[in-house]
Design a protein around this ligand. Structure first.
Ligand SMILES: [Zn+2]
Length: 306
């Protein structure tokens, strides 16, 4: 990986005079933590099998199967560790009140890096929220990192064979749903997590499913940031091609508000929404290496302080 020193210096100069920065995070950041990306939420949803699992209809029809899939994803996410980019962004949030992170990741890694929650908006929800399926009346939700979620969802050790992890790495982190060895014993309803408040309904994962709207309070927080009277200095786009809305719209809107876009990605062909413009930066490579380096003038050397 080669970083242009000229680009790095020009980014550092801009960073040092910045007061308001918006970051958009995607699956590429999780891949730097060794987490299979499921090709991101969007990719996951594109396959027929995934659509059949990531919908409210699937949950109504076979909650046991859907819970097995999400329990597996929670387990994988908990095996992964936040990487230096997660820690660097968390530190930037502590040092710069005008910094906000919008994440498309559901893996809980930003939270585990102690990113201040007020400055972290989860566009697609999180695997580590459980909530009552009855959103209208009961509205119960909780933060929950228990693995397995309930004893009946314990993953057989044969499904966590390290050789299959090796095979997955060779394939470059992308995990197709067909790779997931979901154990298929039919689970009884009483085996699944039940809402402690209404004691009637099941709890479901707090992720945004296909066909569902993004969380209203998250969209509102993003709009508030973008419509703030003060302009935006920099928009960081990390590990995402940001081609889907609302993510793509946030880049366009940030530009309208004066932001210079900085893309950090493994893939050079990933252009930000609206293409490249004068004053944009592109840093190709591993976000876990690049992000701490880029933010160093403000956050210091986070490796040295750990
Ligand atoms: Zn309930």
């Amino acid at each position: 990986m080669e970083i242009s020193q000229e680009d790095l210096a020009s980014f550092h100069t801009a960073l040092k005079s910045s007061k308001r920065i918006l970051a958009l995070l995607g699956a590429g950041l999780s891949a730097s933590s060794g987490l299979p990306t499921f090709r991101g939420a969007g990719g996951l949803w594109r396959t027929h099998d995934s659509i059949s699992l990531a919908t409210p209809e699937a949950f109504n029809k076979n909650a046991g199967l859907v819970w097995q899939f999400y329990n597996y994803r929670r387990h994988m996410a908990l095996q992964a560790q936040p990487n230096p980019a997660h820690y660097a962004l968390a530190e930037l949030a502590r040092r710069m009140p005008g910094f906000m992170t919008l994440s498309q990741n559901v893996d809980g890694l930003s939270q585990r890096a102690n990113h201040p929650m007020k400055q972290l908006q989860l566009l697609h929800g999180t695997l580590f929220e459980l909530r009552c399926v009855d959103r209208a009346v009961c509205r119960y939700s909780e933060t929950n990192f228990t693995d397995p979620v309930v004893p009946a969802l314990e993953i057989p050790t044969s499904d966590l064979d390290p050789t299959s992890n090796e095979a997955r790495k060779e394939k470059g982190n992308d995990l197709d749903i067909s790779d997931v060895q979901i154990p298929l014993p039919a689970l009884k309803r009483e085996d699944l997590p039940t809402c402690p408040k209404c004691k009637t309904n099941l709890l479901r994962p707090g992720v945004v499913w296909f066909g569902e709207s993004l969380p209203f309070h998250v969209l509102e927080a993003a709009e508030d940031f973008l419509n703030h009277p003060n302009d935006i200095d920099i928009m960081l786009v990390i590990g995402t091609s940001a081609k889907v809305y609302p993510a793509a719209g946030y880049i366009e809107k940030a530009r309208e508000r004066g932001a210079r876009v900085c893309v950090i990605n493994m893939d050079e062909t990933d252009r930000p929404a609206g293409g490249w413009m004068d004053g944009n930066w592109f840093f190709r490579g591993d976000a876990a290496v690049l992000v701490p380096k880029l933010l160093e003038p403000v956050i210091g050397d986070i490796k040295a302080s750990e």
